[in-house]
Design a protein around this ligand. Structure first.
Ligand code: GLU
Length: 298
């Protein structure tokens, strides 16, 4: 199993693998998405702030996904994840004076993002992470920096004619534990038969081998999974929720949240956000960078 070899190498490199992601469907695209994010060389922060601590440490630990093409996908050659989330994390690190090479990447799966933030295992999480009130009880969010929507992926040709979540009644549907799409199915489409894994690449495998009839999560995640196997998979393409992506950080660290919000707004106007999109998710989706969302300083 290739992932085992990756895991060993990654462990050697200090990249912590929290879950064991399936590698299937994520053929190394090796886009070698080079970061062009600027690294500040002459910054200082008020003593005692998280920004000062991270800047002084010169290194940072970021939680991201590693099996989601376009947003966070491990490059098996460099052993470093690539994607829009990864680029957003680098933009924030750069404003702290931390170079991409000094970022320690940790896989966060959907279900452990809050606990990794709360326990201090990561300094922040950029991982297709929807901002919502339930999660805000446990962590804080900067952003949003992108807005996705829940969608459905089916086998190529859509043999069961699944066009909307109502069509999932009685069908075997795969999603991921701890995710908003899984919760939405439980709450509003209880007749769907839900299979839950820890990561979406396992759902894609389950669709390919006929174990499930459909996979549901955010449209951009599914688009990346379809791009890896267009002969096998198809996106329904009718999003039915709003999933504003935020950067998760420790609850109550308002200075750090304000700082990240400032960085995001700057990236929206200075072109770095759109450039990050174009060299990552834009390549997978074939879409130009959309209008950036409005940051919500709640
Ligand atoms: N954005 C949704 C969430 O945060 C689905 C994607 C994911 O599980 O990362 O739950």
């Amino acid at each position: 199993m290739r992932i085992t070899r990756y895991a060993a190498t990654l462990a050697a490199l200090g990249l912590a693998l929290a879950g064991c992601s399936s590698n299937a469907g994520n053929q190394a695209q090796d886009t070698s998405a080079q970061s062009t994010s600027a690294v500040e060389t002459n910054v200082s922060f008020a003593p005692g702030t998280t920004m000062a601590k991270l800047h002084d440490a010169g290194t940072i630990t970021v939680g991201t996904k590693i099996d989601q093409p376009g947003f966070g996908l491990l490059n098996p050659r460099t052993k470093v994840p690539e994607g829009f989330d990864v680029e957003i994390a680098k933009i924030v690190a750069g404003k702290l004076g931390i170079a991409p090479e000094s970022i320690k990447w940790t896989e966060t799966v959907s279900a452990n993002r809050e606990s990794f933030i709360q326990n201090g295992q990561v300094d922040y999480v950029v991982a297709t992470y929807t901002i919502n009130d339930a999660r805000k009880q446990l962590v804080d969010f900067a952003g949003p920096y992108y807005e996705a929507g829940q969608d459905i992926m089916v086998a190529n040709g859509n043999p069961l004619k699944i066009e909307s979540p109502d069509d999932l009644a009685g069908k075997n549907v795969c999603s991921v534990e701890g995710s908003t799409p899984a919760q939405n199915i439980r709450d509003h489409y209880p007749q769907a038969k839900l299979t839950l894994f820890d990561v979406y690449s396992k759902c894609a495998d389950a669709l390919d081998n006929g174990q499930v009839d459909a996979v549901t999560t955010d449209n951009v995640i599914l688009t990346g999974l379809v791009a890896g196997s267009p002969d096998k998979r198809e996106l329904v393409g009718k999003p039915f929720t709003q999933e504003p992506y935020g950067i998760g950080l420790k609850k109550g660290d308002t200075e750090f949240r304000n700082f990240i919000n400032d960085v995001l707004e700057e990236s929206f106007t200075d072109g770095s956000w759109a450039a990050a999109w174009d060299r990552t998710a834009g390549k997978i989706t074939g879409q130009k960078a959309p209008e950036p969302p409005q940051v919500n300083r709640y």
